[in-house]
Design a protein. Structure first.
Length: 768
């Protein structure tokens, strides 16, 4: 077949790999109309400088994309624009084909969109690729009219400075995420702050866009600017900056709270819940009152639906939060007002006054808090002597919503009855689920039923067994410890286990070549730990089983008139190794930080290469998992090597492909580690956790909450005869690490670069 005629513009040299490919797959070119063969060859020639395997994948995918679009009425326009992009950079082509199907199939729109992509790529190719990848989601989120304003903000960001490429890419991904609560109108301001941060470090500005913006949602613009300024001034290293602008450091949260115009509810939620539990003697949910927007009678203050107490997101003083929560608890406890008509203002005032009277009878010390919060102080007769015409509205009262309470109770009862007919579940489980969903603002009966049905049909609430999903993903539900409630939240975290990316790479081979001498030394040291043979000691006083020969001899001696000997057991050599170990590698975003020019995650990976080489010689069963999280429903564990899996080429590729991702919900990770080790037969079971910072996740609560849950998970592991050992490079981790585990079960490395040589030594110490 003559391949030169379809394409006169590409040299035979540039088409070399294409020609080889087409010789192997001669049908491909013949299946394309002649008018499109030239475009295909032009696009394919753009990747001719890369390795053949990468090129072949590109050729096949490009052909499949062209085939998928062959029915399009504007295919020639689409292919022409793909050819233009390929001439600029081949990496734009496949994301282009992925995105173009989601666009309105109009010539003018696609022309404008392609021109925008080409212009954006001229500023930064990575940002342009992110724009293409996120275009389908952006169309869903903002519509076709909002696509260019959305992308325009990313363009403005990269034009403001070359250092902004990471922040611009993060912006494109975060703004179309399912749980993005930041309005599009706010992102221009946040990108402006990221531009200030990027002058110090692109990675820090990315951390701010991905995570720090959520920390700043409760701040005004002026307060956010000051928070950014203080972070830039106070943090000395890039590590400190990333932790600060991710909102993972205690300093960042304390600064935020100090700058916020008041006290933030989500940071005090657990404390307030505990106060209300102590007062009422039963669990109480506390949620943001934003979910009550649109409810009849709601004016923006505190309130209750008879099951949950709702409070404002921010108040000037914690004492106000406390009084609001306790006042609503008193209303919730009495309940007389629910079925009484409250048509006159006097009826509302009387109900509030009665609640304060009962509250102060039980907790008279609260009177001082009330006096502090009321400008000018409380009347001397308050509340018992207040007359019927008393009309001073107290700041902690909030709203009385009897219709909401009745509606909530009616909805719960109706759906409980409905579920009894279709699902065999305890009514209290259904009621708890409904209460939780309604507390988050879902109040439509049919909407609640739809979510409830979907949950019952797709999730087994009482079983932690994995659910098979696409792409070899297995899911597990785990409980989480709430120290404020002194109880577990059942089925609270969703762990998703999947194989790590196994695309070929040379990371492990490069380390094995560079550190050949060290690896040989470590292997020789570990070989000495390996027992050469099993050894048994017979006729022992204690042991693992009976020694038949010794027992017969003892019976003969007894019949002969001697004493019955106790030395009738076989004892195995106690030096025989029976050790299994699970390594858990932190893949949180902070592992992107560099130490002496190397990323923390790459140092961890190098340490695991040395450790795997040692264990391969020793033949101790071991597994390696990487972990990261983004909220309680996205706790991801990536299988690098499972128990029983050989340490081979695929494992090498998986380890080399590990990259920093999100956050660190350590409690759920440890509980999944317990599950993995529980299925392994070994006398000694180790769980070694490599992390560069404290436990933190978006909805993990404050530091105390995260530490308490992690500590509980560590205790659960010990009860299962599993020995957790935490290795951290966080120099400030002594305090929280001491609270999580004993000093004998953790270590703080003075320098993270020591990890590769220290890890084998630590393992040897733990198992000998």
């Amino acid at each position: 077949m003559d391949f030169q005629s379809p394409c006169k513009t590409s040299s035979r040299e540039r088409l070399g790999d294409v020609l080889k490919f087409l010789n192997e797959y001669p049908h491909i070119l013949s299946e394309l109309p002649k008018a499109r063969q030239d475009v295909y060859l032009k696009i394919c020639s753009s990747i001719s400088h890369l390795r053949s395997r990468k090129s072949r994948e590109f050729f096949l995918k490009t052909f499949k994309n062209m085939e998928a679009l062959k029915e399009s009425s504007i295919l020639d326009l689409i292919l022409g624009r793909a050819s233009i992009l390929s001439a600029f950079n081949w990496a734009l082509v496949l994301p282009y084909f992925h995105a173009v199907e989601a666009l309105p199939q109009e010539d003018a729109f696609i022309e404008r969109w392609t021109f925008f992509v080409r212009y954006l790529a001229g500023w930064d190719i990575d940002v342009a690729i992110s724009f293409l990848n996120q275009t389908p989601k952006a169309i869903e989120t903002f519509g076709a009219d909002g696509l260019f304003p959305w992308g325009g903000q990313a363009l403005d960001a990269v034009r403001s400075g070359r250092q902004m490429w990471k922040a611009a890419r993060a912006y494109l991904e975060e703004t179309v995420a399912d749980q993005c609560a930041i309005p599009q109108s706010s992102w221009k301001f946040y990108l402006g702050q990221a531009a200030r941060i990027s002058e110090v470090s692109p990675s820090v500005s990315e951390a701010f866009i991905r995570f720090g913006t959520r920390v700043c949602m409760l701040l005004k613009d002026q307060e956010t600017e000051r928070w950014v300024s203080e972070g830039l001034a106070d943090c000395e290293s890039e590590e400190e900056l990333i932790k600060y602008f991710s909102g993972t450091s205690l300093r960042a949260l304390e600064k935020r709270d100090g700058l916020a115009s008041g006290i933030v509810l989500k940071d005090r939620n657990n404390t307030l819940s505990l106060i209300c539990v102590a007062y009422l003697g039963r669990p109480v949910k506390i949620r943001s009152n934003t979910s009550l927007v649109g409810v009849k009678g709601f004016s923006g203050g505190a309130g209750t639906d008879g099951r949950t107490i709702y409070l404002p997101d921010v108040v000037p003083d914690f004492r106000l939060f406390k009084l609001m929560a306790l006042h609503q608890s008193t209303l919730l406890d009495s309940g007389e007002w629910i079925n009484e008509p409250l048509k006159r203002a006097a009826d509302l005032f009387k109900t509030h006054l009665d609640a304060d009277r009962r509250l102060l009878e039980r907790l008279p010390g609260l009177l001082k808090d009330m006096e502090f919060l009321l400008e000018g102080g409380l009347p001397s007769f308050y509340p018992s002597g207040a007359s019927e015409d008393f009309s001073v509205y107290m700041p902690w009262w909030g709203d009385i919503l009897p219709e909401l309470v009745r509606e909530t109770e009616s909805t719960v009862q109706r759906l409980k009855e409905r579920s009894e007919d279709q699902y065999d579940l305890p009514p209290e489980v259904v009621e708890a689920l409904l209460s939780a969903m309604m507390a988050e603002g879902q109040r439509d009966v049919e909407g609640l039923w739809e979510r409830l049905s979907e949950m019952f049909e797709s999730v087994v609430l009482t079983s932690p067994d994995p659910e098979e999903l696409q792409e070899n993903v297995k899911t597990f539900f785990y409980r989480e410890w709430d120290d404020g409630l002194s109880d577990y939240k059942l089925d609270w975290c969703l762990v998703r286990q999947r194989p790590a990316n196994d695309d070929p790479n040379t990371f492990v081979e490069d380390i094995r070549t560079r550190l050949h001498g060290i690896i040989s030394l470590i292997r020789r040291q570990f070989m000495r730990l390996k027992p050469e043979r099993f050894q048994k000691f017979r006729a022992q006083p204690t042991g693992d089983g009976l020694d038949i020969d010794a027992l017969v001899q003892a019976l003969v001696d007894m019949r002969s008139g001697s004493f019955l000997s106790e030395n009738v057991y076989i004892r195995r050599d106690k030096r025989i190794r029976d050790v299994a170990v699970l390594f858990l590698l932190d893949m949180s975003g902070s592992t992107e930080e560099k130490v002496n020019g190397r990323r923390v995650i790459d140092i961890q990976k190098e340490a695991m290469v040395l450790m795997a080489e040692a264990l391969d010689s020793l033949q101790d069963p071991y597994a390696i998992l990487g972990f990261s999280s983004d909220g309680r429903f996205r706790v991801d564990l990536f299988t690098i090597k499972d128990f029983g899996e050989p340490y081979g080429e695929e494992t090498h590729y998986r380890l080399g492909n590990l990259e920093p991702k999100d956050l660190t919900r350590l409690g759920a990770v440890i509980r999944h580690g317990i599950y993995k080790l529980d299925g392994i037969q070994a006398t000694v079971k180790l769980m070694v956790i490599l992390t560069d910072g404290r436990p933190y996740d978006l909805d993990y609560g404050n530091l105390d909450y995260a530490i308490a849950d992690t500590k509980k998970a560590v205790q659960e592991a010990r009860r299962q005869r599993i020995h957790p050992f935490i290795i951290t490079s966080d120099k400030k981790g002594a305090d929280y690490l001491r609270r999580i585990s004993p000093q004998t079960q953790s270590i703080i490395l003075p320098k993270v670069e020591l990890l590769p040589t220290m890890l084998p030594a630590i393992y040897k110490r733990l198992t000998v």
